[in-house]
Design a protein around this ligand. Structure first.
Ligand code: G16
Length: 547
């Protein structure tokens, strides 16, 4: 097939000229930024996805247009590798190079990539594209498609989907449909069938009540949850709010609830202890929360989800009589109390890796059953091929193994999937006869706080030891250590965000007051040593938990 690389430059110059003068990086989860600069980035990612597919003998590569938890006016793009994983690290570097060259250099850069990697440009190329419901997404989707078409690749559009649905479609197609059908119906059918099989007809048990309130973050998750419910025949009693009437992620959604440590707005909750679930803008993260009879807000975040799931799975595996090892993967954001609980009570191996599900996913694959969750609610469970085979065989004679097989089908193993995670959590709470209070009672979180600090260049902060130790700028880690030493059970770390132009500061301590003091002391130090912009962060005068 003759592919004319000259067409690349013509397309770029006429339709998708590069407007952003500042360099942009493939970050924690792809490129993110103000949508007005992203046309050229999308076009070039279409080109790259096409090349990657050819490099991998025509395997389907996914492209998801979303800025996930970021507010408007941001948008972004993530590439999905054939097994539903995030794009491999070595291609992240290629992606960064490709989006930063000038329009004139595009043709030569693409020719260089083809030559360096020995890509056979005559091979087939297949790219799947989907988008969230931000108003600029359709225009950006067209740019991705044009990128693929300019290299004569095949492109299939999936319209408005959640990020995990795109991951599902990619792996379903690449496994010749063994994972499921690569369609919206295929996705719903797989998850709902498994969920309803486990749940049976008795919808309430012990303290478990079949009633949840769903906060859709005004994103795509709300629409898809409504589609789930249409097909569920009442097996889950769920009311959906923040369906798109307001701005995406604005005062709602999983990130807001986790960071602000308060309920989303737009949820008419009158009954105390109502089980509420919040997803983010593209529905790849989930957290639970409730307000008790004393008006106290309680958060059940990714750490709680990981421990609940690990406990349930270990019990089930024991009943199956199978010799399978299970491990949990966390990041530095994991609450110290959750890690203690995993080590001391669950007695499960626990690993700590840098932020980003791409890191957690790979580590989790080292176990027969790997449970990974970031504290922000982003995560899933992966089962090795060996584990699945053993469970499948055992299911012929063992009822628990048959249940475990269905549990595997409720899970979207490719990446964090807020709705799939929620169905699994509901399955577990139902099976244990638990409500949110029983779940909360498993351990007591250390009070904690997350702050953002604006600096001139966040990349001046570099870290090691799974982001728990700061390498540069000079003196920051030493200063941080001195501050932390003054707090009982104090722990703090700083790192540059890979999705927003900020430095993140995390702090936890024995009391809420101390956690807040510690966070602001560290934030002020970052501001001083890392080129802070604007006011020095200071503790608000009447500090409470809703900072
Ligand atoms: C993305 C990543 C997550 C990460 C989050 C925040 O989430 O997929 O793994 O925890 O960004 O990253 P950072 O602290 O580097 O900004 P999402 O939901 O925005 O795609």
């Amino acid at each position: 097939m003759a592919v004319n690389l000259r067409a690349l430059y013509a397309f770029a110059r006429e339709m998708y000229p590069k407007k952003n003068p500042n360099p942009i990086q493939y970050g924690t989860a792809g490129f993110r930024g103000d949508a007005k600069y992203l046309d050229s980035v999308m076009y070039r990612m279409g080109v790259l996805a096409c090349l990657r597919s050819r490099f991998l003998d025509g395997k389907v590569i996914g492209v998801m247009i979303t800025a996930s938890h970021n507010p408007e006016p941001d948008n972004g793009v993530k590439l999905i590798d054939p097994q539903g994983e995030m794009l491999v690290g070595s291609w992240e570097e290629i992606a960064t190079k490709l989006v930063n060259v000038s329009d004139k250099e595009l043709e030569a850069t693409v020719a260089g990539i083809i030559e360096d990697l020995g890509i056979d440009i005559g091979k087939k190329s297949n790219v799947y594209v989907g988008m969230d419901n931000r108003y600029h997404s359709p225009q950006l989707l067209k740019a991705v498609c044009d990128g693929v078409l300019s290299l004569k690749g095949n492109v299939k559009e999936f319209g408005i989907v959640t990020t995990p649905m795109m991951h599902f479609y990619v792996v379903a197609q690449n496994t010749s449909k063994a994972y499921g059908l690569p369609t919206e119906e295929g996705y719903y059918t797989k998850l709902i069938t498994a969920f309803e099989k486990i749940r049976g007809t008795k919808l309430e048990k012990g303290n478990y009540k079949n009633k949840i309130v769903f906060d859709g973050a005004n994103g795509v998750g709300a629409r898809k949850m409504l589609q789930f419910l249409k097909r569920m025949n009442g097996s889950l009693n769920c009311e959906v709010f923040n369906k798109g009437e307001g701005k995406i992620n604005h005062e709602c959604g999983a990130d807001f609830v986790k960071v602000q440590q308060k309920p989303s707005s737009g949820l008419p909750i009158t009954e105390p202890n109502t089980r509420c679930v919040s997803v983010d803008g593209d529905a790849d993260r989930v957290v639970y929360f409730f307000t008790d009879e004393n008006g106290q807000f309680n958060l059940l975040d990714g750490d709680r989800i990981a421990t609940l799931i690990a406990d349930y799975l270990m019990d089930l595996v024991r009943k199956c009589g199978l010799d399978l090892n299970l491990g949990i993967v966390q990041t530095a954001y994991a609450n110290g109390a959750s890690t203690d609980y995993i080590v001391q009570k669950l007695k499960v191996p626990v690993a700590c890796v840098p932020t980003g599900v791409k890191h957690l996913h790979h580590k989790a694959q080292e176990y027969d059953i790997g449970v990974y969750f970031e504290a922000n609610g982003h995560g899933t469970i992966v089962f090795s091929a060996k584990a699945k085979e053993m469970i499948r065989k055992s299911a012929e004679t063992n009822e628990s193994s048959a249940t475990l097989l269905n549990v595997i089908d409720v899970i979207n193993e490719t990446v964090g999937d807020a709705i799939s995670d929620m169905l699994l959590i509901e399955t577990i709470l139902h099976s244990k006869g638990w409500d949110v209070k029983d779940w909360l009672n498993t351990y007591v979180d250390l009070p904690n706080l997350l702050l953002k600090v604006k600096v001139q260049d966040r990349n001046c902060i570099t870290t090691t030891n799974a982001e728990r130790t700061c390498v540069t700028p000079n003196g920051l880690q030493e200063g941080l250590d001195k501050i932390v030493a003054n707090y009982q059970r104090g722990r703090s770390f700083v790192r540059p965000s890979g999705t927003e132009d900020v430095v993140r500061v995390y702090a936890e301590a024995a009391s809420r007051e101390d956690a807040e003091l510690l966070a602001y002391e560290v934030a002020a130090l970052v501001h001083k040593l890392a080129g802070g912009v604007g006011e020095v962060p200071t503790l608000p005068p009447k500090h409470n938990s809703h900072i």
